[in-house]
Design a protein around this ligand. Sequence first.
Ligand SMILES: [Zn+2]
Length: 499
Amino acid sequence: MTVALPVRPVPAPGEPLTSYAARLADANGLTRSRVLPAHRHDVDVPAGELDTLAALAGLDPAAAAQLTMDRYPPTVRGQGVTHRGGWRLHFSADWICPRCTPRTGRRELLWQTALSPMCRHCNVLLVPATTAPAGEIVDAPRDLTGLVDELVELAEASITHHSARVRLGRFRRLCALIAQTIDDTWPHRHDSIPPVDEAAARAWGAFPSADPATVAAILVSAAPALHSTASHDQLSREGHARRRGTPTRHPRKYLPQRPPAAPRRPIVAGFNATDSGRLRWFLTQLEHQVARHGIRPEHVPALLPHPDDDGLPNPADWRTRWHSALALHMLLTQTYEGSPSSSRAALAFGAADTDTSRLLDGVRLGRGISHTDAHLLGDAVTVLLNDGLIDYQSRRDILRPITTLPRLPVPASNLPEIERYAPRVLALGWIWTRLTRGPMWTSPFPLVPDRHVRAFNAAIDPETRLALHETGQQLLADTDLLTIPANRATFTGITRRYG
Ligand SMILES: [Zn+2]
């Protein structure tokens, strides 16, 4: 029969066995090995040892069981004696709070897992015990705090609830995939998230990465997937695509299954909760792009580009691309000003605000966005950034008042007349569509059909094409020197001239 020690501290919430044993021994002037074997970790604790410690500390069995990780399912503590394939870190990883651990010895059981790379008491990122106290103390980003609260709750729930186990397992596999493919630009995340140590991230396989800051970045990047199947599938799809062609570092069993191809757009009108979550998510992504690259509504051309385009899009796609451009303009305006404006988008492009579609209605009313459209807009933003942001608004403002063609270095007879439309008008239309990437209905000649400009393009020789291109560039350059804010298009201006 073990007799209780005279001084019996109360276990702190979340306190691990080893840390409690050290406090108990200290309070009674003993070495830790007198109450718990020195080699013991906080998992796989033999029942006899736990009973002895409980008796020494006067704890009831339930309170004693709280001190070890053995009550958690394998999703959290890992499989078998090695504890692989769970949220648990490798035994060699030892995370501490740089603020409270050196002062009070405080530790938490879940600091031994990737579920909590921060001290919720001090609100700072944990550090590996080996780097402290030399390293600087980093505040936990706001996005992380709520997420860790949720993960800790899920871990508790997973003891009794199968659904929580499934969610934690699924989230862990996605984190493992993101760890394999994360870099400075993917997945998009807020600037306040700590930089990623790619080598530490890639080490996430049977065990999570051993670097708390990297784990924090991975968790926050994966966070949208915790609540949205669409976000999960998208991150998983992108992650698998990025992983293709890179050397396989870890067995596939630690990664999520490749999700099915993106779902087709539903036929039903209206938007469900997933669509509305996706719209919010897309706006967050856009905010990151705004913060990172300074993209503005002015950078949107009137026909939204696509990575597969070679020059202007296929005429069959122009309505779709026009609607996508309006939608992106509205969403960018929303990130700057808090609400979308469809009249301002139409005005910016020089058209009337009469178009309607599922995409435009969803964005106008803030109801949601389909998977396909979100992809289309996301891809377009990537193209715009890759091409280097161009102020299409200023190009439109400069070219709109120009209704006479400057003298060209090629004979006037090189310009064909098409369907009785004047060659010089078609030439200006050619310049407009190429330099503003917009259709004729946004140009100073909204009644000239685009097919005539395409026929004109097919009829001119390369020398004339080059001359027109250079003339257009020269018009932009000349006006750039003058910078004419007074020439900015206004709605009244447009109606007066063409209405
Ligand atoms: Zn702390």
